[in-house]
Design a protein around this ligand. Structure first.
Ligand SMILES: O=P(O)(O)OC[C@H]1O[C@](O)(COP(=O)(O)O)[C@@H](O)[C@@H]1O
Ligand SMILES: [Mg+2]
Ligand SMILES: [Mg+2]
Length: 322
């Protein structure tokens, strides 16, 4: 089985980008180890703090953030980083060409129940002369990502990665510590009978999503004429991984539960990297009104509605929004 560096070299990926990706993965291997130690790691449970988004931080959120931040900043490959767990961006090497936005631990409420979690990352390029301490360097459209991926800490640790030449899946070989290519080109089937949504928010959704989900639930005797199955992992990384493997529609739509927070998922380090992975595998990713990767970001912690997955099913869902 092939290791990651030669696969990326063959794609024509620049050597410094490969080195940067390997640096991210070095931190992820350490996170993978800590997560796999579970209660033995001494880092399950919550801290007494909240992050910038007002969410209680898990000890593993803090640890994962620290590992990624330290390793990336020490490497010299990044001009700056942005993280779910950092209020502002953090400057790195002023001479570097890349910036990285990441969700150090996605689905962290799952840590206490030994369920799926992962790390999501987005890599963008910046001009040499750009100011490393200016947060505005992160406000690039998703289309401008030069690499995107996630590492899923599941029964096996897997990497989904794209540098714009398709989406590939790698599995961490713990005996040698390398990510080995286990699926060359992931392809999301265009059609599906599976969807993922947190249905407990149903009463707060807007009319188009209410109608779309009602029609899915009506099954064979409803307007769709077929039965649908539902799954919800409560970790975007786990739900998107399932969609990459066997298709499906994943959505976290707008809701009116909290008027100050109509969306849940973050654009720069959740929606954009997942959108690139899904589109590179033949799927679609939209807010309901706009292709996610065409959004002009206004803030580093901006949130968006997300509808992504199997092409035909996303298009059907979008037809309810017109
Ligand atoms: O609590 P809910 O509504 O099930 O939300 C789950 C969603 O929240 C998230 O966990 C947010 O991620 P974090 O754990 O990084 O805050 C998504 O991964 C997931 O899709
Ligand atoms: Mg997350
Ligand atoms: Mg997180």
């Amino acid at each position: 089985m092939r290791r990651l560096p030669p696969v990326l070299l063959e794609d024509g990926c620049p050597r410094d980008l490969i080195s940067l990706i390997r640096t991210i993965l070095a931190a992820c291997k350490e996170i993978s180890f800590r997560v796999s130690q579970g209660a033995l790691s001494g880092v399950l449970g919550s801290t007494l703090d909240e992050n910038i988004q007002g969410e209680t931080q898990k000890k593993l959120d803090v640890l994962s953030n620290q590992l990624l931040k330290d390793i990336l900043l020490e490497s010299g490959y990044v001009k700056a980083i942005a993280s779910e767990e950092e209020e502002g961006t953090v400057a790195g090497n002023p001479e570097a060409d890349y910036i990285v936005a990441f969700d150090p631990l996605d689905g962290s409420s799952n840590t206490d129940i030994n369920s799926l979690v992962g790390t999501i990352f987005s890599v963008m390029r910046v001009p040499k002369e750009a100011d490393a301490s200016d947060p505005a360097i992160f406000l690039q459209k998703g289309e401008q990502q030069v690499a995107a991926g996630y590492v899923l800490y599941g029964p096996s640790t897997m990497l989904a990665l794209t540098t714009g030449k398709g989406t590939r899946l790698f599995t961490l070989d713990r005996t040698h510590g390398s990510f080995l290519l286990t699926q060359d080109f992931a392809s999301v089937p265009a059609q599906t009978q599976e969807f993922a949504i947190n249905a407990s928010n149903q009463r707060h959704w807007q009319a188009p999503m209410q109608q779309y989900i009602a029609d899915l639930l009506a099954g064979k005797s409803g307007p769709r004429g077929k039965n649908f199955n539902m799954r919800w992992i409560a970790a975007m990384v786990g739900d998107v991984h399932r969609v990459l493997c066997r298709g499906g529609l994943f959505t976290y739509p707008a809701d009116t539960k909290n008027p100050d927070k109509p969306y849940k998922l973050r654009l720069l380090y959740e929606a954009n990297p997942m959108a690139m992975l899904i589109e590179q595998a033949g799927g679609l990713a939209s807010t309901g009104e706009q292709r996610i990767m065409e959004i002009e970001p206004q803030q580093i912690h901006q949130r968006v509605a997300v509808i992504l997955g199997s092409k035909d099913e996303v298009e059907t869902c979008l037809s309810y929004h017109q």
